[in-house]
Design a binder for this molecule. Structure first.
Ligand code: DP6
Length: 334
């Protein structure tokens, strides 16, 4: 009997300049570049075990067997790893998240980043950061940004080999905090893979994409210059643009709840009064309120006073995906 096991950990990330829409859906070559921050404290831990006693890949997420489509998506990544390593063994994959699935915190990002790292290592491949980021991207676009640490930019690239993410600043470079207002932990109605495929049906997507280099440059410079005011305006503009595309896709996608808009408006009003905080919303109802660390307490106070906010999670900039010693089982003592 032979088996090859590895464990890896990856953080989800929050995009400041969003990825929405592909120029190649199968390879997940994005229509535009994007910028994000990894979220410390939130994590997926994944154990991959290639084992010659298995007759098919097996997947468990948070100790449950997910539906076939999730297993197929994971198997596609395992196929790529098997092909690169020239091996045929099936794998047992166990993945644990410490945050709710499918609720506006991108579990697919940390999930596929941790899977890419654990699977490639278990298969004996020694991939560099760029190749790992590309592999993660094939599973989920935003996952490529969870491979490097801190503040990260996914360069759209010219093709499969050069569309990967790089760190633009280390986690400690800027004291930014994500105060995540959880409005609903129900899984979203339309997953982002389906949504991404609809982006091109909106007449607004072309305008959004053509303007992306400008937004990327402003956001990158604002991060590097720790310029919160400029950062806040461009992050909100970019989130609004993506949701305008979603709402005008065919069929239209509405990810917001009424409470989502309330939080957005309250944050905008508080910033006008001097609070260094801004909002961004992904493909779900929760609002990520980004603020300078000095304003965390005041931001939490504001957000928790708003209707519909069930829980708040705080996250500063997190590190890169990495190999870990503990199995997911050992982690929670089972
Ligand atoms: C709204 O990366 O989840 O979070 O590639 O189909 O897995 P797939 O999509 P995904 O899309 C993320 C979209 C977003 C914005 C972002 O994270 O950039």
């Amino acid at each position: 009997m032979s088996s090859h096991t590895s464990y890896a950990l990856a953080h989800p990330n929050i995009a400041f300049i969003k990825y929405w829409g592909n120029r190649d859906d199968d390879l997940r070559l994005p229509a535009n570049g994007s910028i994000s921050m990894n979220l410390e404290g939130l994590e997926t831990r994944t154990r991959v075990d290639f084992d010659d006693s298995l007759s098919a890949d097996e997947l468990r997420i948070n100790r449950e067997s997910p539906d076939n489509s999730a297993t197929e998506r994971v198997s596609r990544m395992l196929d790529e790893v098997r092909q690169l390593a020239g091996m045929q063994l099936f794998a047992r994959v166990e993945s644990h998240n410490n945050f709710p699935l499918g609720a506006g915190i991108a579990s697919s990002a940390s999930g596929f980043a941790a899977l890419a790292m654990a699977a490639s290592q278990a298969a004996g491949l020694e991939l560099d950061e760029a190749s790992l980021s590309c592999l993660a991207r094939h599973g989920s676009g935003s996952a490529c940004r969870s491979i490097p640490g801190g503040f990260v930019e996914w360069k759209m690239g010219t093709g499969d080999a050069d569309s990967f993410a790089i760190a633009i600043a280390s986690p400690g470079y800027w004291d930014l905090e994500d105060c995540i207002a959880m409005l609903s932990s129900a899984p979203k109605v339309t997953g982002s893979s389906v949504g991404n495929r609809l982006a091109g049906t909106s007449p607004l997507q072309a305008a959004r994409v053509i303007d992306a280099p400008r937004r990327l440059a402003i956001c990158r410079d604002a991060i590097l210059g720790r310029d919160f005011g400029t950062f806040a305006s461009i992050v909100e503009e970019d989130s609004n643009l993506m949701h305008a595309v979603m709402m005008t896709s065919r069929p239209s996608l509405f990810y917001w709840l009424p409470e989502t808009l309330r939080v957005m408006q309250a944050v905008k009003a508080a910033r006008a009064q001097g609070l260094p905080a801004c909002y961004t919303v992904d493909a779900g109802p929760n609002v990520h309120v980004l603020c300078e660390r000095s304003a965390v307490q005041e931001t939490v106070k504001l957000v928790e006073s708003l209707p519909g906010v069930r829980e708040i999670r705080l996250a500063k900039a997190g590190g890169p995906a990495r190999l870990v010693e503990n199995s997911p089982r050992a982690e929670d003592g089972s």
